[in-house]
Write a protein that binds this ligand. Structure first.
Ligand code: ITT
Length: 202
């Protein structure tokens, strides 16, 4: 069975993809291959980060691999927080001691958007795959809008303020199964999996 390293320390993400690809590929997380060091992620776009992480691990381990990066892009903020979604509040020191990042990030986002009528936004995921020395990019996207306050207690990150287009529930009000049908991450993974299932080396 062909092995594919997923350049993440997040076991949960790795196991999810393994479940879909169980017969064709063996997915190894960085912990599976005993790679403990951080993976650099200092580009200024999702594409740049996913690509940087995938090539970095490929060069370190000499193996086929893939990496992902995701973010929330808000139109009236010119695409922010985007690639900085995980540390949006930290960028401007707006996180109180002991406060979870997501609480501070949402507070900052709502303050930045106060009074804005154009609340269009999207979540985007990029996956970069290095296979037989070549790079392939997959994108997943979900359009929606940012509410004026939080709704729901599930999910993570910006889920309580993100209402996907055509739905009445925020991501934080959906079950994981419901979110996984329409989410940016699920759509990018589906494209990766479809590609891998059809792939034949030249
Ligand atoms: P890694 O350890 O895998 O890098 P991460 O938390 O950085 O995990 P991502 O790169 O997938 O996760 O996403 C970056 C940030 O974008 C994440 O911390 C959230 O703030 C936000 N985000 C991404 N996907 C999201 C989702 O489905 N719901 C809510 N927020 C999300």
């Amino acid at each position: 069975m062909q092995e594919l390293v997923f350049a993440t320390h997040n076991e949960h993400k790795a196991r999810e993809i393994q479940a879909i690809l169980s017969h064709e590929y063996r997915i190894l997380s960085l912990d599976d291959v005993k790679y403990q060091d951080p993976v650099p992620e200092n580009e200024n776009s999702l594409e740049g980060n996913a690509s940087q992480k995938a090539w970095f691990i490929h060069h370190r381990l000499g193996k086929d691999c893939f990496a992902d990066d995701s973010g929330l892009e808000v139109d009236c903020l010119n695409g922010a927080p985007g690639v900085y979604s995980a540390r949006y509040a930290d960028l401007t020191d707006e996180r109180k001691a002991d406060e979870p990042a997501s609480v501070a990030n949402i507070r900052k986002l709502l303050a930045q958007m106060h009074g804005e009528t154009n609340r269009n936004a999207r979540f985007r995921t990029i996956i970069a795959l290095i296979l037989d020395g070549k790079e392939y990019i997959f994108e997943g996207m979900v359009e929606g809008e940012i509410l004026e306050g939080r709704k729901g207690s599930g999910g993570f990150g910006y889920d309580p303020v993100f209402l996907p287009s055509g739905y009445t529930d925020t991501f934080a009000e959906m079950s994981l199964e419901e979110k996984n049908i329409i989410s940016h991450r699920a759509l990018a993974v589906l494209k990766l999996v479809t590609f891998l299932k059809k792939y034949r080396p030249e």
